[in-house]
Write a protein that binds this ligand. Structure first.
Ligand SMILES: [Ca+2]
Ligand SMILES: [Ca+2]
Ligand SMILES: [Ca+2]
Ligand SMILES: [Ca+2]
Length: 321
């Protein structure tokens, strides 16, 4: 293809392509010789601050309100003061340039602050209140994260859609639920979803057809650690069991359950695509010594690094796949 007056090679593929197609939204599709139809999407990863489609080891240091990022592209370290103690990290791609933007939610005033990576502009938006759990993500499918909160006290989701600045609210969930939004049905839009620790059940509303579903997967005490581990474009329900360090993944492609022992007690799951193969990797951040371990899906090797310090919050945990 031609890009910036240069001819660049699209990623090599073993597919036998018969033609390309475009739908009314301008999205491109590849039609295979056997009649298969696949959508062309741009590679992207969560907590990807340098834009190479790989998740970066990255933390928010509460004490000083400083972000530390180890760029996966060149191993350079970036430090940036943005935020303060008691802020909740909310790194997301707010401006839609496929680069994660540094951001925080300040509970005391219910204000969101972030820096657009595309032009370095600063944004501050009052949306939500103390006690709300930030749940930003791309719900309207315009490739930009929408500001959203889950209010535990009344189980209501509140959202500001980036595509048209419209306000949205929906009661879904109850006190004690953990918000787990993500694109479970594979239509390119986040689905409102919660994990209920009490009964280990995942509840969601599919954005494609508003259908409700409940899937029992996990147990009380598990930490939800969803991601697209099998790379089919749909988020897989998954949990990390802290006392045993075992991961349980329900693969969306075939409903098979995968389990991996990976991690130790008190590790924080930090799912991301660290090797950039389009499949999320099992990964943990060890808070007591600031060590990262990622099990890379491309070759099953462990990528590890000491990056961060005790008490740091891992950015990939907050910028979920
Ligand atoms: Ca990266
Ligand atoms: Ca961005
Ligand atoms: Ca969806
Ligand atoms: Ca999947």
């Amino acid at each position: 293809m031609w890009y910036n007056n240069q001819q660049i090679l699209l990623q090599d593929t073993t597919r036998n392509v018969s033609s390309f197609g475009e739908d009314e939204d301008g999205e491109l599709y590849v039609v295979g010789l056997g009649g298969t139809v696949e959508k062309i999407v741009r590679a992207k990863a969560n907590a990807d601050f340098d834009g190479d489609a790989k998740t970066d080891f990255s933390v928010f240091r509460l004490l000083t309100g400083t972000w530390y990022i180890l760029n996966s592209s060149n191993n350079a370290v970036r430090g940036q003061q943005f935020g303060q103690n008691d802020d909740i990290p909310t790194p997301e791609d707010y401006d839609g340039d496929n680069i994660t933007d540094i951001g925080v939610f300040r509970p005391s005033s219910g204000t969101w602050y972030y820096i657009n990576s595309s032009n370095n502009t600063f944004r501050g938006i009052q949306f939500g209140q103390n006690g709300d759990i930030p749940a930003a993500g791309d719900y309207d499918g315009d490739a930009k994260a929408d500001i959203s909160v889950f209010r535990q006290s009344n189980g209501i989701w509140y959202r500001l859609d980036s595509s048209n600045n419209s306000f949205f609210a929906l009661q879904f969930g109850t006190n004690g639920d953990v918000p787990t939004p993500g694109d479970f049905d594979g239509d390119g839009k986040y689905d409102i979803a919660v994990f209920r620790p009490l009964n280990g059940t995942w509840y969601r509303v599919n954005s494609a057809n508003s259908a409700l579903s409940g899937v029992q997967f996990g147990a009380s005490g598990d930490v939800p650690a969803q991601g697209d581990f099998d790379g089919d474009g749909r988020i897989d329900q998954a949990v990390y069991r802290p006392n045993s360090g075992i991961w349980y993944i329900l693969r969306s492609t075939n409903g098979a359950v995968q389990s991996n022992q990976f991690g130790a007690a008190n590790d924080v799951p930090a799912v991301g695509d660290y090797d950039g193969d389009g499949r999320e990797d099992i990964a943990v951040f060890r808070p007591e010594n600031g060590t990262w371990y990622a099990l890379q899906s491309s070759n099953n090797t462990v990528k590890a690094a000491q990056f961060g310090a005790s008490g740091d919050l891992p950015a990939p945990f907050y910028d979920k796949p």
